[in-house]
Write a protein that binds this ligand. Sequence first.
Ligand code: DAH
Length: 378
Amino acid sequence: MLKCKNQGGTAELICFVPFGTGHLFFALSDRHIYERMIFLKEKLEAIRQLAEQKLLDTSSRQELEDLRVQILGKKGELTAILKQMGSLSPEERPIMGQKANEVRAFIEGKIAERQAELKAKESELKLANETIDVTLPGEKHPLGHKHPLSIVLDEVKDIFIGMGFQIATGPEVEWDYYNFEALNLPPDHPARDTQDTFYITEKMLLRTQTSPVQIRVMEKQQPPIRIIAPGRVYRSDAVDATHSPFFHQIEGLVVDEGITMGDLKGNLMQFAKRLYGEQTQIRLRPHHFPFTEPSCEMDVTCFKCGGKGCPMCKGEGWVEILGGGMVHPKVLKNGGIDPEKYSGYAFGVGLERLTMFRFNIDDMRLLYENDMRFLGQF
Ligand code: DAH
């Protein structure tokens, strides 16, 4: 804060100039004022020139900002000069004010110019760093595809859906009742020995076959029934070229009035021809399963030699692909279906076996190892 008082005559100014916390009291003559003006003008000019030069030395926008604060900021050099304006006479003050404003406008203009230059430089540099060579070859991402088991399962589904079948499913953790008992395998039945499995409790296990889905479907639905039930099954088998503790089966069940072994033969022949080719022949051999009566196994002509005999079919010309038969009356009854009125056929087929024959794979383990060199061939 500056207070001045004109005492006339000698035109002396008595001023209080703020200084630190107190006030300095002194008097200035006209000559002094003139000298002070010259001094301030020169100082302003010096600031202008120095600023212009320093601006050129800045190499980043941050440096530029620092410089701006140093000159124009609250505690800046130019601001310090402006604060001294009060020591001038009312006549001189506007002249100096104008000069100071000119210098400020000049410096501000130069800062803006430099800022634009630096900004352009920075983005040029950024662009140079980010240059993309569009002529470089692109990165190749290998395309995935269905696993061979899925390929064959989808084909099997298509074939049966085309014949009017529906897809059914059941749980992998199953009751002993559905997996064995309801399928005519009471607790002491010797056929249980070939299907040892993993028990969750005494009454709950990992299913050994997809056949329990037959009972689950019959419990919910009266004939006509035409379903296939694909799914994973478990057995306590050690791993080798033809065994695994888990694998996949596809169950089939048809129940209606007047279903005979002729339906089984006709439908399964169509299935074999669609899957392995028109030239494929089938052969039914008598067999035993507790849940079908009569039961059979079905062979197809060896797809490698066409029936002549080769190492694949061990010289027989035939390979076995599934088991089936007419649904046992007890099983129909357990499913809540009247065996006097209805009859049905059922079959169960191993998906791994179908797939191995289909693609000529000689070791089942290849299907589970996820070796890309193997899977890439399908
Ligand atoms: N569940 C039998 C197995 O795992 C396969 C089978 C045979 C299923 C005959 C059937 C059938 O539905 O009728 O060995």
